[in-house]
Design a protein around this ligand. Structure first.
Ligand code: CTP
Length: 398
């Protein structure tokens, strides 16, 4: 994606602050962002924030001799693969629908020969006004694509349609338009991915956990999202940041992880990568357990729910493809076959953790075990395992 370039027009609305997060997501994904900030937009976000996140100059004046000398406004309008308007205010939509060209943003929209995506944001009455709806119909007829608006509570205190789509959703729409849907075989599909360890409290200050880094699960969530999938990443405590375009739900305990997975149903895919603690302390102390000078307290454990087995047995809600992981040090494939049957899932990705550097490292050596047999993959980067696995899942769902 390194060579892809967006021309990002930031209009004047409260939602302009979300354009900053969108810029961050796009840059993280290797997409170039060249910002145009309207004078109204500059009332909400500063050119400096936008330039810093975009790592590019911010254009705002139509009649700027410096800008025209660097890059004429016609050239600017054609320098990108896609023009994105975030937020698309009622005013910008009206100007674009009527072909007005009184400022840099509207001139660019009139002069461009590139696809245009708008993310509208405005008060519900402004959105529902016949004038805006007429402009919307005109712009759609002209081939402009739209993402949102959502329905919800708005900054003005009212409720209804008009709230701008979330940056992650706009990001997905942009990637869809840049990549072409053919390269996004999981567009319209939903996946749940569990990742990281769980932490099981003993008392308010102590807990039981394990050394899972979450890297493999996060890489899988990212790879699925890159194929267009809508991903809910249910994550235990990790040091990782959420991959672009992925909805992350952070949890601590196995029971919270299960509840978050069930709340994310229905889904087409479930991939359980989390290292869920098999047991938790039977009674969580309400207050910190103190030393008494007597024998140390006995830690009584009870078994945690099995998330993979529960999702595999979810009845009509069962995802079409349920995938589990198995970390083994010996008899990897035999144990994986047994786990496949015991958990009721469709594939087990068996992980040979006896190979040096797998735990917490960046490489992995895996076999895919399913009813069809065993497929061995050579040692490779966890991100490559994720990409290959995502592609294989897309094929299985096709
Ligand atoms: N898993 C889960 N919920 C649990 C335990 C495990 O979803 N409470 C999932 C993991 O995310 C992984 C798979 O089940 O996909 C691992 O199975 P598990 O039986 O926990 O593996 P091991 O701990 O290796 O089991 P064993 O002790 O039988 O080797």
């Amino acid at each position: 994606m390194a060579q892809k370039q967006i021309l990002l027009i930031v209009g004047g609305g409260v939602a302009a602050y979300k354009a900053l997060e969108l810029t961050r997501l796009l840059r993280k994904a290797g997409v170039g962002v060249r910002p145009i900030l309207t004078s109204a937009g500059a009332q909400f976000v500063t050119p400096l924030s936008l330039a810093a996140l975009a790592e590019d100059k911010v254009y705002s004046e139509l009649f700027s001799l410096t800008d025209e000398a660097e890059m004429g406004h016609i050239q600017l309008s054609r320098s990108a693969d896609l023009v994105v308007v975030v937020p698309a205010t009622a005013d910008l939509m009206a100007k674009a629908a009527h072909g007005l060209a009184g400022d840099l943003a509207s001139t660019t929209l009139l002069a461009t020969d590139k696809p245009v995506l708008m993310a509208p944001a405005m008060n519900v009455r402004m959105w529902e006004h016949p004038a805006t709806q007429r402009n919307l119909a005109t712009l759609k007829a002209d081939g402009v694509a739209f993402v949102g608006p959502d329905e919800g509570a708005m900054a003005c205190g009212e409720y209804g349609p008009g709230r701008m789509a979330e940056p992650a959703v706009i990001f997905e729409a942009i990637m869809g338009m840049l990549n072409g849907e053919a390269e996004r075989p999981l567009a319209g599909r939903r996946a749940i991915v569990t990742a990281g360890p769980t932490a099981e409290p003993i008392d308010p200050v102590r807990y039981l956990t394990n050394r899972s880094s979450g890297k493999q699960g996060y890489a899988i969530a990212e790879a699925l999202a890159a194929l267009g999938c809508e991903v809910t990443l249910v994550s235990g405590p990790t040091a990782l940041s959420a991959p672009a375009g992925v909805k992350r739900v952070q949890v601590e305990t196995a029971r919270q992880m299960l509840a978050a997975c069930q709340a994310a149903l229905p889904a087409d895919l479930a991939v359980c990568v989390a290292a869920v603690a098999d047991w938790r302390p039977a009674n969580e102390g309400a207050v910190k357990i103190k030393k008494t000078g007597d024998a140390p307290p006995a830690l009584k454990l009870v078994e945690n729910p099995d998330i993979l087995a529960t999702l595999s047995a979810a009845g009509p809600d069962r995802p079409r493809l349920v995938v589990g992981f198995a970390a083994e040090t010996n008899d990897v494939e035999a144990y994986a076959q047994a786990k496949l049957a015991r958990k009721g899932c469709d594939w087990i990705v068996a992980n040979d953790v006896s190979v040096e550097g797998v735990m917490g490292g960046d490489d992995n050596t895996v076999s895919i075990v399913s009813a069809e047999g065993v497929e061995r993959w050579d040692k490779t980067a966890k991100s490559d395992v994720a990409t290959k696995l995502a592609q294989r899942m897309a094929k299985a769902l096709a």
